[in-house]
Design a protein around this ligand. Structure first.
Ligand SMILES: Cc1ncc(C[n+]2csc(CCOP(=O)(O)OP(=O)(O)O)c2C)c(N)n1
Ligand SMILES: [Mg+2]
Length: 302
């Protein structure tokens, strides 16, 4: 049966109400979906990030499954150890999940992530990407996009966003996917698929942050949708090396169906200062990206 909101459990399996997230925070939405899809037999590994605060200090944790809070650089390595221990004990029905921010994934955790991916360790690694070090006060990461304001890029970041899912895909692991908080069911389907595959699974979840991106907390889902509909954040899977745009993005191969990037950028205060010239750079970037995606769709790429 295809997933729908109706056949996801009503019960909150992972995150209890009363947690410490900011209004409109995408982390709560994402974690709730993880719980509803993966169920109670799940262990979560969280490095230093906003989630460490949201989960709450022991014994007041808002999380209902076993959760290990680890040092910033080590989440994939710790998850590998937990998965190996379950394997040694003959326990086969537990999902070991990393839930890490973009700083903990694209920057400081990249070597541990690469090691676990190369060994094809049996874990699901989810990077929730809010495109900066939000927990410590909105500093740039390598996942911050071009021209975005952060407290360490006050005139806008000069570099483009690091393409982590593409880097991870090059490890020849069985499953890589992108997702957006704007499309929770697409994320849920990818999680469900990942849970049925043995080996290393990676999902890169775009997670718009109202505080750091400077938009109204009621707009989290809308911003997450626009990232996809403008073509800036394509939704795809790489399954056993075969690249496939997933349904929402497939229609966007037709340029006339893509929303102008400006609409996405202008909704967010972090892009308040951008010029028409910057918007042109973004438009050209999206056009080039989609020429590449057109060639990749349906092909074995690793
Ligand atoms: C080795 C080390 N350096 C710095 C920190 C401080 N620190 C804690 S959370 C954090 C930011 C995490 O950013 P990200 O991974 O993107 O998660 P987010 O806060 O955005 O959810 C930093 C720099 C730390 N805990 N350990
Ligand atoms: Mg972050």
């Amino acid at each position: 049966m295809p997933l729908s909101i109706k056949n996801l459990p009503k019960e909150e399996i992972l995150l209890q109400p009363g947690h410490a997230a900011c209004p409109g925070c995408p982390i709560g939405i994402g974690l709730r979906i993880v719980g509803k899809v993966l169920g109670k037999r799940t262990v979560i590994v969280v490095p230093a990030c906003c989630t460490s605060i949201i989960q709450g200090p022991y014994p007041y944790s808002a999380i209902k499954v076993p959760l290990v809070n680890v040092i910033f650089a080590a989440s994939a390595a710790v998850a590998s150890g937990i998965a190996s221990a379950f394997e040694a004990m003959g326990v086969r029905d537990v999902n070991v999940v990393v839930w890490a921010g973009d700083g903990g994934t694209a920057d400081i955790g990249l070597q541990a992530l690469s090691g676990a991916a190369e060994r094809n360790d049996n874990i699901i690694y989810i990077c929730y990407d809010n495109e900066a070090y939000m927990n410590t006060g909105i500093q740039r990461s390598s996942s911050t996009p071009y021209k975005a304001w952060t407290t360490t890029t006050v005139t806008g970041k000069q570099e483009f966003k690091k393409n982590v899912p593409a880097i991870v895909a090059q490890h020849r692991i069985p499953y890589v996917a992108t997702a957006s908080i704007g499309y929770p069911l697409d994320f849920a389907e990818k999680l469900q698929k990942a849970s049925k595959i043995k080996g290393f699974k990676y999902i890169h979840l775009l997670a718009p942050c109202p505080v750091g991106w400077r938009f109204d907390p009621s707009l989290t889902i809308e911003v997450g949708k626009l990232a996809v509909l403008t073509g800036l954040w394509p939704l795809y899977e790489v399954e056993n090396g075969v690249f496939r745009l997933t349904s929402i993005s497939l229609g966007l191969l037709d340029k006339s169906r893509r929303v102008p990037v400006e609409k996405y950028l202008r909704l967010q205060g972090r892009f308040k200062h951008i010029t028409d010239e910057d918007i042109k750079v973004y438009e050209e970037y999206v056009d080039q990206l989609w020429e590449v995606l057109r060639k990749l769709h349906g092909k074995k790429i690793v």
